[in-house]
Design a protein around this ligand. Structure first.
Ligand code: NOJ
Length: 478
């Protein structure tokens, strides 16, 4: 299983590299940057949606599952990208958006019964606020996200067959699998019953409206596994990683069909050793965790954990057992930028999506035109400047990717003093100090990587730092 300990690099195609000067990233641009990814040492790239879309949710509103949006290129460009990636030993994963289509997908007009309708709305909320129901021609259609994203009915066999066809299409074209979008909302209560009031916390952050409800009916229906089995059927043994927005204790039915699920408990944990420890313990109670600390929905490491902790956060992400997802830009310590100002940015996520910064030029080397969203600080933060600096974030991430291959299987969390997260992976011990002060760390052997030079003195780890040590204890004990 190639993905078992793979590092999968998330590309937000709009913002990675533009090749034609229209200010929007595209597939040819990604192809041009494959050498960067191969040099960095990742195993695969995951492309956020590239399908034709009216872009109300930048591709998460699909209007054709079997083509490429002209803004990103063509099917031929996709084939070239896969071939180029393959040549460099990289796999390409796509984003499967099964929960909803665009309201402009021809299916919505031609096959209304593939969608979910009601004569009267129930109390379910959309993830972006407000009722999950919108009125059309005297009836209401369900949309778990924007009103431009009507929810599909996975209990309809015709819809399932159409989706299976689309899934197979990309696998045959060379995709190595899918990150599966919003899968906890794939199937809802068939009787559309109201969600009861919440009596306990959900375990992950929710909108204010949703936090008041138990969400027993609006997501995670008991027959979700049936739909997942059909998805699995269509992709064979290709990789399926689920965006299952549920606490890990509820993963089991999903993991019967998916290879892994994102550990959102860790993504949402504050930068505090005890809380990180608890989140890792919960997510590793069974195999199947995929690790993610940043993405196009929640922001980048530097902003989420503060600049002084970002290098230790990268170390954490890349030393846990199981596939890790690295968001474009985190390898150079790119920060979030401004957002929420443009009319379309209704959920305030532009700030996580500013373009990749390749060099110090005003466009960051992203485009020869005017970027759809300006780069944040190309002069201060860019790939070119960090390439030859052994202490740059880029060098740290590359070193981590090399070292990661030497870590032992599984994980043993170790008790440490408050403020220190520590775990063992075979001969290697990893310690992270989430405080701003020196702390003793339960390490063994010599440091093989520090997030800052001299961070480890004896067994004392500097504030904000992370370290990996390797013990030679086995030497002499065959
Ligand atoms: C999760 C995606 O990551 C997000 O960007 C999107 O808006 C929703 N799912 C709806 O597809």
């Amino acid at each position: 299983m190639w993905w078992q300990d793979a590092v999968i690099y998330q590309i937000y195609p709009r913002s990675f590299q533009d090749s034609d000067g229209d200010g929007i990233g595209d597939l040819r641009g990604i192809e041009r940057r494959l050498d960067h990814l191969a040099w960095l040492g990742v195993d695969a790239l995951w492309l956020s949606p590239i399908y034709p879309s009216p872009m109300h949710d930048f591709g998460y509103d699909v209007s054709d599952y079997k083509d490429v949006d002209p803004v990103f290129g063509s099917l031929e460009d996709f084939d070239r990208l896969v071939a180029g990636a393959r040549k460099r030993g990289l796999r390409v994963l796509l984003d499967l958006v099964p929960c909803h289509t665009s309201i402009e997908h021809p299916w919505f007009r031609e096959h209304p019964d593939w969608y979910i309708w009601s004569d009267a709305p129930n109390n379910w909320f959309s993830a972006f606020g407000g009722s999950a129901w919108s009125r059309l021609d005297g009836r209401y259609y369900l949309h778990s996200f924007y009103p431009e994203q009507p929810d599909l009915d996975w209990r309809n066999p015709e819809l399932v067959a159409a989706m299976q066809d689309a899934l197979g299409f990309w696998i045959e074209r060379g995709a190595a699998g899918y990150r599966v979008d919003a899968i906890d909302r794939l199937l809802k209560d068939a009787q559309l019953r109201d969600d009861p009031p919440a009596s306990e916390q959900f375990g992950l952050p929710l909108s204010q409206e949703e936090a008041k409800l138990a969400l027993t009916h609006s997501r995670n229906a008991p027959d979700t596994g049936e739909a997942l089995a059909r998805i699995r059927e269509a992709v064979g043994d290709s990789l399926l990683v689920g965006e299952v927005y549920l606490p890990s204790a509820k993963w089991q039915p999903y993991l019967e069909h998916l290879d892994a699920a994102f550990a959102f408990e860790l993504l949402h944990a504050p930068w505090d050793a005890e809380r990180l420890h608890a989140a890792i313990a919960a997510a590793t109670r069974r195999p199947g965790a995929a690790w993610v600390l940043s993405n196009h929905d929640f922001g980048r490491l530097v902003t989420r954990f503060r600049r002084e902790n970002a290098r230790a956060a990268a170390l954490l992400l890349l030393t846990l057992p199981g596939p890790a997802f690295l968001y474009q830009g985190d390898e150079i310590g790119l920060a979030d930028g401004p957002g929420g100002e443009r009319a379309y940015d209704r959920a305030g996520r532009d700030r996580y999506r500013h373009p990749m910064q390749w060099d110090a030029s005003p466009s960051g080397g992203f485009t020869t035109g005017e970027a759809w969203l300006p780069p944040v600080d190309p002069e201060a933060t860019n790939v070119e400047a960090q390439l030859d600096d052994p202490h740059s974030t880029l060098s740290l991430v590359r070193d981590l990717l090399t070292l990661r291959r030497l870590l032992g299987e599984g994980i043993e969390l170790i008790d440490a003093v408050p403020g220190v997260l520590a775990y063992r992976r075979g001969d290697h011990t990893i310690a992270i100090n989430t405080t701003g002060e020196d702390r003793p760390a339960p390490l063994r052997g010599e440091a093989v990587l520090e997030t800052a030079p001299g961070a480890l003195r004896g067994r004392t780890l500097a504030g904000h730092a992370g370290v990996i040590t390797r013990s030679d204890e086995r030497v002499g004990h065959p």
